[in-house]
Design a protein around this ligand. Structure first.
Ligand SMILES: Cc1cc2nc3c(=O)[nH]c(=O)nc-3n(C[C@H](O)[C@H](O)[C@H](O)COP(=O)(O)OP(=O)(O)OC[C@H]3O[C@@H](n4cnc5c(N)ncnc54)[C@H](O)[C@@H]3O)c2cc1C
Length: 415
């Protein structure tokens, strides 16, 4: 019997076991997935909780429900991987041997990494929305906010869903307007990037949307510490941003066991070949989803597209053949912009987000880097798609590899 062990039963790990259970012979292959708890959270839903759009219970389901028959779910905290012995050790001492290992333990917000963030102001005037607890507590804080300076802040890149802080900012602006208190709220967007986003064309587009909404951008802002008493963010170059309400995205880091096992970079991400997702230093370990170091967005859509490529490669490798599929870094993200509208970006390692229509040229129905209602409905449709199609590994009518169909080349004018 060959043993495939998957670490992490979140977005990527769940898709992996669903896809591979169908393709790997049950007599020959044992598949096991490990996670620290039995609660699967739909993280894109965190964005809507602070504004009352979703209730916390709408983004949570039992993990077990999405693990197919023929896959063992082991609940326990991973302590370390002993790659030389092909063994994983859990915190309670249990050992799980493997022939192939898939690391899919994602990335986690780490407020403990910034001095002052977890001080007395944490969850009083300092909040995050990258955790269920944080998003839920923030809903209450926004409700009782009577005005002042709201600072939306990114500690450092990379973060999962790099557009989420922008979406939060647009939604907050619309929220204060709808409550008739926009004139009493100053909104500041503090980012370590030199603009609104990582890629130039999207950055210019999204930056002009912040301008139009009278949101101040503090770019190249790398926080060193938070002065809790003065309620001020302090950067390494000694700039200060005072706040009445701070909504921060803490440093995102891969799991600590990755570092303990000697498998990670300085942020605990597993270095992999960006086309095959095979670990650079181990020929029987793959890393999928947010846990790896590939140079594209950390997003559920990336996990989805890459799992399809991975599954083909894995089956070839397991059969002793060369891996022939190549992941292109395809990412596809809806961006909420407030007032029931949104944008869409679609890009890969080589092509930055461009304007145009998606998926069909001229027809869409979605607009690329263009605000419209259809993109907002697309974003909302993602939640049922996630539970019913993506997690169970069912096919969806979107190309795995990014297509140029419908995209405008950078030098052509947007219609
Ligand atoms: C606010 C927000 C908005 C987002 N919006 C979007 C969006 O609109 N579109 C999009 O595509 N993506 C979005 N994302 C990103 C998306 O949710 C993630 O990229 C995706 O969930 C990554 O999947 P993953 O399997 O790599 O990690 P996860 O789904 O986070 O799964 C990791 C799993 O590993 C487990 N684990 C970790 N450490 C251990 C350990 N030591 N022992 C045992 N188990 C462990 C965890 O319990 C978890 O179940 C958003 C994320 C956030 C936070």
């Amino acid at each position: 019997m060959k043993r495939l062990l998957v670490l992490g039963g979140g977005t990527a790990g769940t898709m992996v076991v669903n896809k591979l259970r169908r393709r790997l012979d049950r007599v020959t292959w044992q598949i096991t997935v490990v996670d620290q708890n039995d609660t699967h959270v739909y993280q894109p839903g965190f964005l809507f909780i602070p504004f009352g759009g979703y209730r916390p219970q709408q983004v949570v389901k039992p993990r077990r429900r999405f693990i197919p028959d023929g896959v063992d779910l082991v609940l326990g905290e991973i302590d370390r991987v002993d790659a030389a012995a092909n063994t994983v050790v859990l915190a309670d001492g249990r050992r799980l041997d493997y022939d192939f290992l898939v690391i899919a333990t994602g990335t986690t917000p780490r407020p403990d990494q910034t001095p002052g963030m977890l001080g007395p102001q944490w969850r009083r005037s300092i909040f995050d929305f990258y955790s269920l607890d944080g998003a839920t507590a923030l809903a209450q804080a926004l409700k009782s906010f009577t005005g002042g300076r709201l600072v939306v802040h990114i500690t450092d890149m990379p973060i999962k869903c790099p557009v989420a802080p922008l979406e939060f900012t647009f939604l907050a602006e619309a929220y204060f307007r709808s409550r008739g208190m926009r004139d009493r709220v100053e909104i500041v967007y503090a980012t370590p990037l030199s603009g609104a986003f990582t890629k130039p064309i999207a950055s210019a587009h999204l930056g002009s949307m912040l301008d139009a909404r009278k949101i101040t951008v503090e770019s190249d802002f790398l926080v060193e510490r938070i002065d809790d008493e003065a309620k001020t963010l302090v950067s390494y170059d000694e700039r200060e941003i005072p706040f009445d309400l701070l909504v921060t995205v803490p440093l995102n880091m891969g799991a600590d066991y990755v570092a303990r096992s000697g498998l990670g970079d300085e942020l605990n991400y597993v270095p992999v070949d960006k086309h095959t997702l095979l670990a650079k230093d181990h020929d029987n370990i793959f890393a999928i989803g947010d846990a790896n170091d590939i140079p594209t967005s950390k997003a559920g859509s990336v996990a989805h597209f890459s799992v399809d490529v991975f599954a083909d490669n894995f089956c070839q490798r397991a059969a002793g053949q060369p891996m022939t599929s190549s992941f292109d870094g395809h990412a596809n993200c809806f961006i909420e912009s407030g007032d029931g509208k949104g944008l869409l970006i679609d890009f890969n390692y080589d092509t930055e987000p461009l304007t145009g229509t998606f998926p069909l040229p001229g027809v869409g129905p979605f607009g690329l880097l263009k605000e419209n209602r259809r993109n907002h409905w697309g974003k909302l449709a993602f939640r049922p798609m996630y539970w019913h199609l993506l997690l169970p590994g069912r096919p969806i009518p979107l190309p795995v590899h990014m297509s140029m169909a419908g995209k405008h080349q950078p030098d052509t004018k947007e219609k």
